[in-house]
Design a protein around this ligand. Structure first.
Ligand SMILES: Nc1ncnc2c1ncn2[C@@H]1O[C@H](COP(=O)(O)OP(=O)(O)O)[C@@H](O)[C@H]1O
Ligand SMILES: [Mg+2]
Length: 172
């Protein structure tokens, strides 16, 4: 069985406030098993954890320990085999497809390990694509300036270095 991931919470005490008493995310007894033919992989086994506002959380674990599985479930991209996930007290594991879409669009931000950039669009156009579905987007140019890519607006993904691509994703 893969070892359980370790969850490290870096608490900035000064950011604690009354609202922080309630977790933003409350994960209760989450399990996920993948069945492939006769083989079953238990990727998550009864994970319970709470995440609070204003705190930075680092998820550490050996390769195969279930980090991506947990993050995909938190992000509404995958569903658990059992257990519950609450976002601000609302049960995401009981949400309809439409509610899940709204949750992913409004409440979750992903920076993908593999960049998911559209190769035929420039940096500016890739970021603009996302601002079209966001509710209160900042301008694409402003977002690229913020991550230090203001001078690369017209560059295509292939013209950006490996180090630039994640920043470019962050802007999006
Ligand atoms: N779609 C899948 N089908 C079958 N097994 C999977 C699938 N996704 C992940 N797993 C298995 O679940 C376990 C946890 O995987 P994963 O969450 O990707 O771990 P990590 O991100 O920590 O490397 C691994 O044993 C992996 O092989
Ligand atoms: Mg992973």
């Amino acid at each position: 069985m893969p070892p359980s991931p370790t969850i490290t919470v870096d608490i900035n005490q000064s950011s604690l406030n009354a609202a922080a008493d309630e977790p933003v995310l409350n994960i209760s007894e989450l399990s996920k098993s993948y069945v492939m033919g006769e083989v079953q992989v238990d990727a998550l086994k009864g994970v319970s954890v709470k995440f609070y506002a204003g705190k930075l959380v680092v998820l550490l674990g050996a390769s195969g320990s279930g980090k991506s599985t947990l993050i995909n479930i938190i992000g509404g991209l995958d569903v658990p085999s059992s257990g519950k996930l609450f976002f601000h007290g609302r049960e995401i594991t009981a949400a309809t497809e439409a509610e899940l879409t709204a949750y992913r669009r409004r409440s979750i931000g992903f920076v993908f390990q593999f960049y998911n950039l559209i190769s035929s669009l420039t940096a500016l156009e890739n970021v603009q694509l996302v601002t079209e579905i966001a509710e209160h987007p900042m301008s694409a140019k402003e977002a690229l300036l913020l991550v230090g890519l203001g001078h690369r607006l017209d560059h295509f993904p292939a013209q950006l270095s490996g180090g630039h691509c994640p920043r470019y994703r962050q802007a999006a």
